[in-house]
Design a protein around this ligand. Sequence first.
Ligand code: HEM
Ligand SMILES: *[C@@H]1O[C@H](CO)[C@@H](O)[C@H](O)[C@H]1NC(C)=O
Length: 480
Amino acid sequence: MWAIPLIAGVAFVLVYVLKGVKTYMELRDFGGPWSAGWTRLWLLRCHLSGSINTKFTEVNDQYGSTARVAPKMLVTCDPELVRRMNAVRSSFTRGPWYTSLKMHPESENIACYTDEDKHTDMRSRTSHGYSGKENVHLEQDIDDLILHMLNLIEREYLAKPKEGLFCCMDLAKVTSYFTLDVISKVAFGEPFGFLVANDDPFGYMANMKQFLPAVGWFGVYHELTNILRIPFIKASLPGSMDKRGLGRVMGFAKERVSERFGDKAVVRQDMLNSFIKNGLTQLELEGETMLQITAGSDSTASALRITAHFISTSPPILERLLGEVKEAIAAGRISRPVIQNSEALQLPYLQACIKEGLRVYPPITGMLAKMVPKGGAKINVGGVEKYAPSGTQIAWNSWGLMRNKEIFGPDADIFRPERWLASEDTEETQKNMLRMNETLPLVFGYGRFGCLGKVVANMELNKALIEVCADASFMTNSAD
Ligand code: HEM
Ligand SMILES: *[C@@H]1O[C@H](CO)[C@@H](O)[C@H](O)[C@H]1NC(C)=O
């Protein structure tokens, strides 16, 4: 009697082992940590460490520009391959990793569709709203929140040396408050109110701090997303009636969406309106609204805070930027009270600082894994052609990409805006600059998967960095 379960057990183990061996052999051409070829635990541990950026970079440094990090997962820091996978006519698709970006129990969003047609369709219907083409208040909305942010800083954190008063400001919080208020204002016409409250009034950020790492874990074990995570989201966020965290934001989003329908529909030319005009359903809008908020806030806040941090802690850099600002204000090239985006683009040192901030700390390091199409793909690793079978996922290592010493120079680990202003007097230096120019924009993804909020993000960075400086340069002037 016991023989049957025993034989079944042995057969099961055998099949399991053989499958593991087969999977291991399929990508054996690629280097990588040995255990990563057999189990996803290496990759999970990597996520749990909170530093996939440096771990992936170590892997690419040691095993080549495309290397293995899980049985069916490679990671690449090769700009050529990133462009190839994301290009408009590429046959690579989004891998199952993307299901981990689902964050609404019923509705999907543009960032998690793995169906190519659905994604392309959604992209064409939302891109005008995101880019500001159908969002006439975009710049004015951002200006308003710049003033709110300056007001908060002046109100709460300005040092008053004469009174012996010096303050600490948590740059991480203030930058997040700013980008969260901006996104809700440009998306549906009303800021959440973080800057006015100078607080996380409904525990959204605290919730995100738990939620975002979970995206990473579920990205490793993507099969669990539908069976574990969505019920979890459902259970932890009863409807959108919750008074706190992500649920509260969902509720807010749901209300803003429902206001646009029915007899007394609110009409306002913003992102939401553009999406509605382009035929998104109410449920699609709810999914999209959640994504706007999560995709648009943490990424931009991260860029803003790291750039402000590096500028303000490097006296020569700060001085040079303040110099540029003072001169431009004196020459009337900076509108008051808030600089226009077109004016900021004319300030070369500011632009160099922004590029450098995005480069040394690319805001999105998560895997964004694309999938090898039918027929497999040949991948060049340090001059050797290797073969990846169909179904293999290839994640990006944005940190490794942006710190590539061959592209950005031997001091690629250092924040040095001057690298973007190097003279281009020889063919050699021009070629180097071109490579830097072509690699940096990859921080926003590329091609048919590239970031739709780039215009908004750049506008926020341009304005926020200059206005914080303009305030500072005004202070030093008045103290003179
Ligand atoms: C510095 C700030 C930002 C960075 C570095 C950034 C970067 C990225 C990256 C790397 C992707 C994914 C590409 C892929 O899947 O391969 C992405 C997608 C996306 N981003 Fe951003 N982003 C930023 C700000 C924003 C803002 C402010 C918004 C909204 C206004 C936004 C909206 C989106 C959307 C909607 C997508 C999905 C595009 C698609 O699925 O086709 N992003 N972004
Ligand atoms: C690199 O980009 C900057 C600013 O966008 C531009 O002024 C410069 O000419 C570019 N250089 C090359 C070689 O592409």
